[in-house]
Design a protein around this ligand. Sequence first.
Ligand code: G1P
Ligand code: ZN
Length: 543
Amino acid sequence: MMIRTVSVSPFPDQKPGTSGLRKKVPVFQTPGYTEAFIQSVFDSLDGFEGKSLVIGGDGRFYNREVIQIAIRMAAANGFGRVLVGQGGILSTPAASHLIRKREAFGGLILSASHNPGGPTEDFGIKYNISNGGPAPEKITDAIFARSLSIDHYKVADFGDVDLDKIGTFEAGGMTIEVVDPVTDYADLMETLFDFAAIRKLVDDGFKVAFDAMHAVTGPYASEILVRRLGVDAALVFNATPLEDFGGHHPDPNLVHAKALYDLMMAPEAPDFGAASDGDGDRNLIIGRGVFVTPSDSLAMLAANAHLAPGYKDGLKGIARSMPTSGAADRVAAKLGVEMHETPTGWKFFGNLLDAGRCTICGEESAGTGSDHVREKDGLWAVLLWLNILAVRRQSALEIVKDHWAEFGRTYYSRHDYEAIETDSANQLMAAIEDSLVRLPGRQIGSLTIANADSFTYHDPIDGSVSRNQGLRIFFEGGSRLVFRLSGTGTSGATLRIYMERYEPDPAQHDQDTQAALQPLIEAAEAIAEISSRTGRDAPTVIT
Ligand code: G1P
Ligand code: ZN
């Protein structure tokens, strides 16, 4: 076999963000760019000679091309086997499962998640380690360091692999196995949830709607929801994955999944609606007439998980990212289990899950998952909800109201200011940071600031420390504001402002969320001077 060593100059911008390296497609198409990054990943790993590498992506534009490059480079670098999803497809949770099941050394997941796809849109590459989870900072830092000094990459000379044909091939001294991306994952779901009970619920007339957003979950939803659980195929929307997601953002929130939201708010709405994102790790949950915020969904799933066979023995603990609301903390306290607060990004849950310190994890950004894989998992969340609904035989709205009555309601919202100037965003954050020490005691409208800090995470398992993970402002009475900059955007900066207010009184549980948070919205403006610093008078997205 012919292995070529190709010279390349380092690219200065290959620092992995919250979830791998994300750039516009034309950047990845720059000659040598994709290869330099993949080689930097391989150069940062030890001991993969002869071992397996999982490769798959969410099917977006450029997915197939990068898979061919990655396969040829894996062969040249000495991997023994590549496992690749048929058609180049693997949802992020399915890739995580495949790495674990086949005891692979690691995996390359090609996705830019919920960001749009197409020739001028977003692409991404993420490396996952042998536990199936995103590489921890130690590795992503090493990848970035390597990318700054790389001078060559290695590639084997063989033709394109037929990604559409399931089977095993030899090329470049390596075995290439094209696998069915759906079956293993669907089987895993069947071990966790009571499919018979869910099927009975559906047979009894419970209507489930699912929007795959022309993204990767289409084939998974068709197999699991329609074929195995009997859901009406006419209510599974946009189930064919498209390279450009039909021109939409495959982001399951109230802006981009508005059609589903409108359907679920209509008088004749189905009983339960859900959606997932580009790579299948996020979830949107909407009961008839009720949107369940991801922070609430995490709390409700944790409180009811024991109703599903996979969690019948209870939870070892719960973990949430810092900006996620404290709703799950109240559940953990009641269950008497550990609660962990980590920085944003699923990679921070890996150590806790591996150490058996938590079973269920979640993020306010529509990510929920458990120790069954090491990624968040959109369909998993949908199936756990369905399992709970099948056991409790109540509506989603009743379950939500019961939960609030028992634990109190946490009003929660995130305001995003997308694609603002990077300099203004950095200056805004620096100004808040400078003011942190002076904030306690300050009164803004009806609110008084109790405390303020910059969040630092001390990983209880490996002792690593992650600083600058968001600026937190705590108010007397338990309300909170968090400011941070996104680590996944590809143009300018995105400012995220997270607001929450705890309300124990059931008589106060029917307020409009934005109205309930108005004092915090005003406090955010007073503290951060958002309009004058960004030139924006309103957020781009409110979730
Ligand atoms: C966003 C979300 C974060 C999530 C990540 C990857 O990151 O906020 O919770 O883990 O996408 O899906 P951000 O852009 O805020 O850095
Ligand atoms: Zn995603």
